[in-house]
Design a protein around this ligand. Structure first.
Ligand code: ADP
Ligand code: ADP
Length: 225
C-alpha cells in the first residue's frame, strides 16, 4: 500500500497516508483499538473497500485498476476468513470446501483428493458429511480455513478469526495458520487476541485512529485489555 487513505461517505476517516509493504511468506498481525481502521485495512487487500487515494498492489498486480471481470480472478488467489465463518448452511462440510474448487472449474477427480487433503490438514476429515450447524464454532472455523486454502492462495487474509472462540480453540486455529505459513503462504490477520500476538513473535502492525503507529518485526500486542 502506498499513501493509502480512506474516507467513508459521511466523512469518517478510517485510514490516513498508510504505507505498508508485506513480503511474500510473512506472517503479520494487525492490531489496534476498536474503530482504528483494522477492518478497513484488511478489506482493502481484496478490494472489498476501495481507498479514497493511494495505490495497492497485491502479488505485483495493481488491484485498483482491475476491470470488474478481473476482480473475481484476483480474489481467487486469496484465502479470506471471517470472524463469523460464513459457511453455506445447506451444504455439508465436504460440499462447502469443494464448492470453492467447483467455481473455478477444477476436474471432479482432483477436487475429491484435494478436499480430503485439506480436511485432513484441519483435522476434520471425519466430519466431511456433517452440516455446519452440527459443528462447534472452532470446527466451523477450521472448515472455513480449509475452504480458504483449498485453491492454494498466495495470501490468507483473516479478520478476527478467533474472535468468537475460546482460548484453547483459538490456539488450534493458530497452529493451522502456522502450518499454512510454513508452506510459504503469506498471512495477514487482524486480531484483539493479546495472548496469541504476544506468544507468536510475528510482525505486528498497530493502527490507531487511521495511522500506523507501530510496525515491529517481532512485536507484541501492546494494549491493555
Ligand atoms: P476497526 O476494524 O479497527 O474496528 P474499521 O476499519 O471498522 O476499524 O473502522 C474505522 C473507522 O471507519 C471507524 O470510525 C468506523 O466507524 C468507520 N467506518 C468503517 N466502516 C464504515 C462504513 N462502511 N461507513 C462509514 N464509516 C465506516
Ligand atoms: P465446543 O466444546 O467447542 O462448544 P460442542 O460441544 O458444540 O463443541 O461440540 C462437541 C462435538 O459435538 C463436536 O464434535 C461437534 O461436531 C458435535 N456436535 C455439536 N453439536 C452437534 C449437533 N447438533 N449434531 C451433531 N453433532 C454435534
Amino acid at each position: 500500500m502506498t499513501d493509502v487513505s480512506k474516507v467513508y461517505p459521511g466523512g469518517s476517516v478510517a485510514l490516513q497516508n498508510v504505507d505498508i509493504h508485506i513480503e511474500p511468506g510473512e506472517f503479520v498481525f494487525v492490531v489496534g483499538p476498536s474503530g482504528a481502521g483494522k477492518s478497513t485495512f484488511i478489506k482493502m487487500l481484496f478490494r472489498e473497500v476501495l481507498p479514497t487515494t493511494g495505490s495497492i498492489f497485491v502479488n505485483g498486480v495493481d488491484i485498483l485498476s482491475l476491470t470488474p471481470n478481473e476482480i473475481p480472478y484476483m480474489r481467487r488467489q486469496l484465502g479470506i476468513i471471517f470472524q463469523d465463518y460464513r459457511l453455506l448452511p445447506d451444504r455439508t462440510v465436504y460440499e462447502n470446501v469443494a464448492f470453492a474448487m467447483e467455481v473455478i472449474e477444477t476436474p471432479r477427480r482432483k477436487i475429491k483428493r484435494r478436499v480430503l487433503n485439506v480436511l485432513d490438514l484441519v483435522g476434520l476429515r471425519h466430519r466431511a458429511n456433517a452440516y455446519p450447524n452440527e459443528l462447534s464454532g472452532g470446527e466451523q472455523q477450521r472448515i472455513a480455513i480449509a475452504r480458504a486454502i483449498v485453491n492454494d492462495p498466495i495470501m490468507v487474509i483473516a479478520d478476527e478469526p478467533t474472535g468468537n472462540l475460546d482460548p484453547e480453540t483459538s490456539w488450534d486455529i493458530m497452529e493451522i495458520f502456522k502450518e499454512i505459513n510454513a508452506e510459504g503462504t503469506t498471512i495477514v490477520m487482524a486480531t484483539h487476541d493479546k495472548e496469541i500476538v504476544d506468544a507468536m513473535g510475528k510482525r505486528v502492525i498497530a493502527i490507531e485512529d487511521g495511522h500506523i503507529v507501530r510496525d515491529e518485526a517481532s512485536g507484541v500486542y501492546g494494549y491493555e485489555l
